[in-house]
Design a protein around this ligand. Structure first.
Ligand code: AMP
Length: 377
């Protein structure tokens, strides 16, 4: 299967070739035809499956259809709601990449930064808006955003949206957009609450799903290292050196822990930065960009800050602390082994965390192989 067999139009095909995409991923194969047929969509897919392109490609194509023959599009046509700013930025980059040979204007709206440049950009005109709920509602309240002409509504990472307490905001947004629209609903998991929310948004949706969360682990090598709590940072340092791990995304449970670890690694001569909710948006973006550009060897992140972070071909993830929610482990290690490439996830487990590992192994349905540093055995 290739993209032209999915009836993707020439300008988008060309952009996909530029991006180096050879074949659609399973979620793209299933979702693109549904969207192009102008059906509502309920999609169960997590990050790393190519879900963003699964909605961005066909939506761009529908906009191209809508504006065929030089017809002018009137106002904001597409709204993508995302739970985090980082995800909003990445989604917008995807629209920009795949739509580079089309002429639609896209932009992001999120809080934590001045609204002035956002408002100016809105005034210049935009067809595709990617927003977090808070800032969007704020600007609608100020009558600076008009959603009355909207035709396509996409809710991305709906389960995260719920986790982060945005459900009321999402419902408020629904009241602001036309009832007659096409809606696409993406979520990594589908608990009852999410299905209920989907029911209120979608009209006769087609459902597509790709492999459940736990099976992504197939292409990710997992290792469990038992380490005393107080020895963890030295162990991590030795591990990075012995295995020549570079670059690496390291997860900690707390913001304070992330900062402390980044400082420690830095002192040891390893370029490291921490990203978490207490850092300004600018500082987070700077750290992320340096990491992506290969200027930092280690990025230390808390779970919330890491949501939606998309780093192509990241080979290494370290769980410096084991998450107490098993699904979080799956989300964390899913940062590697993306779009078919392989990766390794290493978990450093102390005595108190052993119970969490048991929960995780139950969820993923296998035992994580135990390993140790060669220099220690
Ligand atoms: P997502 O699940 O949307 O976060 O995408 C995961 C990663 O896969 C992103 O880095 C995309 O650029 C990449 N990707 C998406 N679709 C394809 C494809 N068909 N071929 C190769 N890479 C892809």
């Amino acid at each position: 299967m290739n993209f032209s067999q999915l009836a993707v139009i020439e300008p988008v095909l060309k952009a996909l070739t530029d991006a180096g995409y050879v074949a659609p991923t399973p979620i793209q194969e299933k979702a693109i035809p549904v969207v192009l047929h102008r059906h509502d969509l309920l999609a169960c897919a997590q990050t790393g499956t190519g879900k963003t392109a699964a909605f961005a490609i066909p939506v761009l194509q529908l906009l191209a259809e809508d504006s065929a023959g030089g017809k002018k599009l009137d106002g904001i046509q597409v709204l993508v709601l995302t739970p985090t700013r980082e995800l909003a930025i990445q989604v917008e980059e995807s629209f920009r990449d795949y739509g580079k040979y089309l002429r639609f204007r896209s932009m992001t709206l999120f809080g934590g930064v001045s609204q002035v440049p956002q408002v100016e950009q809105l005034k210049r005109g935009v067809e595709i808006l990617i927003a977090t709920p808070g800032r969007l509602l704020d600007l609608v309240g100020q009558k600076l955003v008009d959603l009355s002409k909207l035709r396509y509504f996409i809710l991305d990472e709906a389960d995260r949206m719920l986790d982060m307490g945005f459900v009321h905001d999402v419902k408020k947004v629904l009241k602001l957009i036309p009832a007659k629209r096409q809606s696409l609903f993406f979520s990594a998991t589908m608990p009852a609450e999410i299905r209920q929310l989907a029911d209120t948004i979608l009209f006769k949706p087609e459902t597509v799903a790709v492999n459940p969360v736990s099976s992504t682990a197939e292409i990710i090598a997992q290792e469990l290292h038992f380490v005393g709590k107080d020895d963890k940072r030295e162990y991590l340092f030795a591990l990075l050196e012995e295995r020549q791990i570079d670059p690496v995304l390291v997860f900690t449970r707390t913001k304070y822990g992330a900062d402390k670890l980044a400082r420690f690694l830095h002192k040891k001569g390893i370029g490291a930065a921490a990203i978490h909710g207490d850092k300004s948006q600018g500082a987070r973006q700077l750290a992320l960009n340096s990491f992506k550009a290969g200027k930092l060897r280690a990025l230390i992140a808390t779970d919330i800050a890491a949501r939606g972070i998309d780093i192509d071909e990241l080979k290494w993830v370290v769980n410096y602390e084991i998450p107490n929610v098993a699904e979080t482990y799956v989300h964390r290690i899913g940062r590697t082994g993306r779009a078919g490439s392989t990766g390794t996830a290493i978990s450093l487990c102390d005595q108190e965390e052993r119970a969490y590992i048991r929960d995780i192994e139950k969820l993923i349905g296998k035992k994580i192989p135990q390993r140790a540093l060669r220099s220690l055995v």
